[in-house]
Design a protein around this ligand. Sequence first.
Ligand code: PGA
Length: 243
Amino acid sequence: MIIKTFQTPIEAEHYAADLISAQVRAKPNSVMGWATGGTMLGVYKALCGMDLSFKDIRAFNLDEYIGLPPDHPQSYHFYMRQHLFDHIDISPDRCHLPVGIGDTAIEISRYQDLLRTYGPIDLQLLGIGQNGHIGFNEPGADLDGLTRKTALSPITIRANSRYFGTAETVPNEAITMGIGTIMTARKIVLLGCGASKADAVAAMIQQSVTPDCPASVLQRHDDITVVLDKAAAASLSLEKQRA
Ligand code: PGA
């Protein structure tokens, strides 16, 4: 695990964007794994400002809320169009996200089949939840799991209520890529910023691998870069902060 700590979130976001652009330049037909959430906004803004072609990229997102149609402003379909796809030359028919409406079981198997057909992902971008989730793989998740339906934990619902206005309007279920699939990615870049992530980051890096902190399984990945700002790194040992 490579750990890179920066003074500010902007520096961390730009470093993550540079890792992504290096991947796209090295392999223009890469299979990319995109993440959503507030943390990724600066990464996508940086990517949109680069002189970089995504036209041969295929891409998979980690997750989508169950119950939100793709045109819902809080859906991850909408987020990706708004913050990335509408600003780069990526081809919409090569961008895959789970669809949150319709028959969930059919959608889960459609998504897993696509991942099987086009995978493994070359570079998977990840955020981390305050409870150590990756994608919507909440504490207790199967560390070898595939695409599945998951219930959002109360802490995730509270964290995401800032986008919905109230906790009551946050969907309480999602379709998420499983940790087993995430772990098959050739490269992983995990970005964590802000003091609210400090405990989860410390558990991910310094505790033993446990489903209680799903991100801890990333200790077993052999090509992962964890990119942090100072606040998110604050609960790490000094040795790890300087690594
Ligand atoms: P955030 O979400 O970037 O909005 O904090 C990250 C995550 O839950 O993975």
